[in-house]
Design a protein around this ligand. Structure first.
Ligand SMILES: CC(C)=CCC/C(C)=C/CC/C(C)=C/COP(=O)(O)O
Length: 278
């Protein structure tokens, strides 16, 4: 039985570029002419038929030109998925290669293994537990209504972040890099997955939150941004994540802050919520 490759190869000719097979204007080889019931062959014949050529030639809107050749629009659309697929595979290959090269603190024996303890300290600074405990403590200690409002919303933002990241991790289920050592403290079961980086989402969201509500002095604002960037970068250095996990994590955390602003709990909202409970 001929393999799909062999069948397409007949249409592609000796170039072996199967995606372009239907762009050829030469008559199909005998092997294809014999396959009357083959849908691919039927499609090829349709693409090459005089009616089809007349139709595509009369309208510039339904054709594209490549190297002086008029290409049926359907063929152009057929090319796109494969080009997209190739682009995506290439991006993932670059991602894996780059992440492996940057994972210089993945274990003690790695080239930068001596700074691993410092990176793990950065990891703790972006972990969910210190942030949740810190926000709850500040809420408890705060004696102004404005302070309580901000801290309550920070708590809500942190919980929202944990929920959204868990959902995306559970849906995507991308494995952590092979060079990662799973020695993180306090993880959920979904944290065996790596896309997106929960530290990166939290760092981006909390940085926006701090800049909008708590940190006003310019030098401190710069420090907040540097901290967020470093938390994300340290995930790749530690070998915990691929670069795309962190890049998407930053994007997701940035967007999450917009959601927090939209869902902002004001004293009026809280009072009406409490009133409804009573
Ligand atoms: C109160 C409560 C249920 C707290 C849970 C906090 C917790 C265990 C957060 C997980 C943080 C974590 C390890 C995220 C993983 O981050 P990646 O950057 O490795 O995705």
């Amino acid at each position: 039985m001929p393999s799909p490759k062999a069948r397409s190869g007949g249409a592609a000719g000796s170039s072996g570029r199967y995606e372009f097979m239907s762009l050829s204007r030469s008559p199909p080889p005998p092997a294809l002419q014999r396959q009357g019931s083959d849908p691919t062959a039927a499609r090829l014949r349709a693409a090459d038929s005089p009616t089809r050529r007349r139709g595509s030639g009369s309208s510039t809107a339904s054709t594209s030109s490549t190297g002086g050749q008029q290409l049926p629009e359907e063929d152009c659309m057929r090319l796109n998925p494969s080009i997209l697929g190739i682009a995506l595979s290439s991006l993932l290959a670059i991602d894996l290669w780059l992440s492996k090269r940057l994972g210089v603190c993945a274990c003690e024996d790695s080239s930068w293994g001596s700074v691993r303890p410092l990176m793990k300290l950065v990891e703790v600074s972006g972990h969910g537990i210190p942030w949740l405990v810190g926000a709850a403590y500040c809420l408890y200690k705060s004696d102004s209504a404005a302070g309580q409002e901000v801290m309550l919303n920070l708590l809500m933002a942190l919980v929202l972040d944990l929920v959204l990241v868990s959902i995306v991790k559970a849906v995507v289920r991308r494995r952590r890099p092979a060079h990662n050592r799973m020695d993180m403290f306090a993880t959920f079961s979904v944290d065996r997955y790596s896309f997106p980086s929960g530290h990166a989402t939290r760092a981006a969201m909390c940085a926006r939150f701090l800049l909008a509500h708590l940190v006003l002095a310019a030098p401190l604002r710069v420090l907040v941004l540097l901290w967020a960037a470093f938390v994300g970068f340290s995930r790749v250095l530690l070998g915990r994540h691929n670069v795309t996990d962190v890049a998407f994590g930053f994007f997701m955390g940035y967007c999450q802050y917009n959601l927090v602003e939209a869902l902002w709990l004001s004293p009026v909202t809280l009072q009406s919520m409490v009133g409804q409970l009573e």
